[in-house]
Design a protein around this ligand. Sequence first.
Ligand SMILES: C[S@@+](CC[C@H](N)C(=O)[O-])C[C@H]1O[C@@H](n2cnc3c(N)ncnc32)[C@H](O)[C@@H]1O
Length: 230
Amino acid sequence: MLLLRPPGVYRPQGDTSLLCEALTGAGVLRGASVLDVGTGTGMVALTAARGGARRVTAVDVSRRALLAVRVNALARGLRVRTRRGDLFSAVAGERFDVIVSNPPYVAGEPACAHGAARAWDAGLDGRRHLDRICAQAPEYLHPGGTLLMVHSALCGVRSTLGALHEAGLRASVVARRREPFGPVMNARAGRLASLGLITRGQYEEELVVIRADRAAAGTAAVRPGHRHAG
Ligand SMILES: C[S@@+](CC[C@H](N)C(=O)[O-])C[C@H]1O[C@@H](n2cnc3c(N)ncnc32)[C@H](O)[C@@H]1O
């Protein structure tokens, strides 16, 4: 997909396409209200709109990203509502059938408030945004709604599944793919090895898409301590 990408806006990569594939394959789009958290160029939001979503909302902290989404949607005759803010704050009080996110998840540096690195830096363990999304997603999902989120296995698949379970969602890994390190990971490999997050000489990582479902109305929610297989 050829997209307008202003300087500083995340270039869609393997994580973006893995999430798009999982989203179209999940069978959750037709007629759905969809929220894309950390939309970048809007590739995931546009995939949702093309896939039959009724209403798509794209959120990002970056003004340039939201400009890109608006142009990219207009160029395709698709409708995407844009909102600027920190994760869910821009859609406070709303609920969605589907939430999708490819949040910043690269470990090794303190999370960054400005500039291009805001798209990937997520604190020393890479979980700064992941943990907030896991904790807050249920509040923004309709009963029966679905969260699909991609991240590197280096930041802890068990931690994500555990956090989603604690939040009352039924969660499992629905897609995995090994990808060579991109430029950021290559530049940071030495630091990640010294933190024990990768082995020296490692040049690829596994990406995972995690699906988490909120129980439908009238059915029992997941109870922490009764984890289903992920
Ligand atoms: C890894 S990029 C993913 C972009 C796009 N969804 C994709 O898959 O190509 C993460 C995006 O999250 C945005 N972001 C970072 N921190 C955020 C926050 N606190 N709230 C909302 N968006 C944020 C960044 O600006 C960036 O566009």
